[in-house]
Design a protein around this ligand. Sequence first.
Ligand code: NAI
Ligand code: MG
Length: 368
Amino acid sequence: MSNASLLILPGDGIGPEVMTEVRKIIDWYGAKRDLTFDVSEDLVGGAAYDKHGTPLHDDTMAKAQEVDAVLLGAVGGPKYDNLDFSVKPERGLLRLRKEMDLFANLRPAQCFDALADFSSLKKEVVAGLDIMIVRELTSGIYFGEPRGIIEEGNERVGINTQRYTESEIDRVARSAFELARRRNNKVCSMEKANVMESGILWREVVQKVHDEDYPDVELSHMYADAGAMQLCRWPKQFDVIVTDNLFGDLLSDAAAMLTGSLGMLPSASLGLPMANGRPKALYEPVHGSAPDIAGQGKANPIACILSFAMALRYSFDQGDEATRLENAIETVLADGARTADLMGPEGGTPMSTSEMGDAIVAALDASL
Ligand code: NAI
Ligand code: MG
């Protein structure tokens, strides 16, 4: 691969622990598949604050803008709870998302057969599930003006505004259609066009982008409340779902939990294509820094490793190698490999973070 550059930001708490395991995977690809990355590493969050007095140094920000993909562990922790809002660890992550203009948040809900019993749904409903929710991340009701709490007569009124421009809808729709072409060529767009003007515009623009530039992709529209029901009833009917910031927040959390543990959930946030055609990209596990288990070798590294698999697929066009990595994870889980978070009430002895990483590397070896 030509000039594949990767910036690793391990962050705080279990972030560095799970990232150590991702490094083993990256090294494996270099040694065994001749897939080498120009890897650099830097600080973010509390770790950056400790060294620089800011949760993201300007030099780190500049580097993030240049690389093909950023891989982040997690930020935050009780040590930083009393810091001023402006330098809280989370602000480092928010700055990355904002300045890289990462408007498309990809949250997969993928069920590994070996863990299907963990789901609150019936095994046949979730076994083999593999769907992707694309949530618009930089606009909508969390950002719209006017907002605030105002006095009106003798009471207060809380106000937030759902606002979407055509171009904001257009670009996230494109991300979803591009993604669908790398998957199963199927997109379902969700809004509430029945009761919201922003939903009417959303539906129109998504349809227009489809008809003009992605007629090969199968497109359907669904009201978001009906979509929530269908996600619980029969999630396998979906492949890519594209929706706004608010509905996406709820739907992606609900869909993710169809499949079990926080320690298993990756994510990606994508922006506009760069000069080399690759989108601006940040990959990170959904979980946080897990201060309750940090430093104890208990963390499940799979969420972070799956985030790297997403980078292989969506930044580096290595879909087959991403599938190899996902299959290796499926294999070790089928063989009974479990970190503590994946253990049921029957108990047993859990694997450590590094034992799980080693098992996945061994399964990668066996895949050759
Ligand atoms: P959390 O995700 O860190 O932990 C929630 C629970 O899940 C804990 O019991 C934890 O031990 C467990 N858990 C999380 N990841 C795990 C893994 N890989 N393996 C095994 N168990 C795992 O969320 P929490 O406790 O609400 O937040 C802790 C800190 O992380 C806070 O400072 C919060 O602000 C920050 N945070 C950062 C995020 C990020 O960096 N994107 C996201 C969420 C929270
Ligand atoms: Mg949420």
